[in-house]
Design a protein around this ligand. Structure first.
Ligand SMILES: [Zn+2]
Length: 135
């Protein structure tokens, strides 16, 4: 590839997600720049991946090659975008279902409330038209 180095030191910082769910952060050690999982320090949900430091230059090189592939092959990019959109759709689908269910519940409650209000109105009118008791 030659010379296509990223401008910023930590291109992938907070863009990668560890197996344990944390966002990968960048670390500046005396031996250079590294990516690591924050669980390393927090010792929470420690997984095998969390224990490692990944050389930032090696990770970035792999990522850049991968990204370049997409731009050199528009069809691959198109497929990647389609797959991402499908993934997002899958993620949103259950939420959409839940919203629908809640909306149906609200409608049901509104209908129930309307019914009760009309019964109440009816009772009020009946009471108003009743002859007043003679005292
Ligand atoms: Zn981790």
């Amino acid at each position: 590839m030659g010379g296509a180095k990223p401008k910023h030191k930590y291109v992938m910082s907070r863009r990668l997600i560890c197996q344990c769910g944390y966002k990968i952060v960048s670390t500046n050690s005396k031996n250079g720049l590294y990516y690591s999982c924050p669980a390393r320090r927090r010792r929470a949900n420690y997984c095998r991946i969390c224990a490692f430091l990944f050389s930032a230059s090696k990770v970035d090189a792999v990522i850049w090659d991968w990204v370049k592939e997409f731009f050199e092959n528009p069809e691959l990019l198109r497929q990647g975008i389609a797959r991402y959109q499908a993934q997002q759709e899958n993620r949103v689908a259950p939420i959409r279902e839940r919203v629908k269910a809640i909306e149906a519940l609200i409608k049901e409650q509104e209908m129930d409330l309307n019914e009760k209000q009309s019964v109440l109105e009816d009772l009020k009118q009946r009471k108003a038209s009743e002859p007043k008791p003679v005292s």
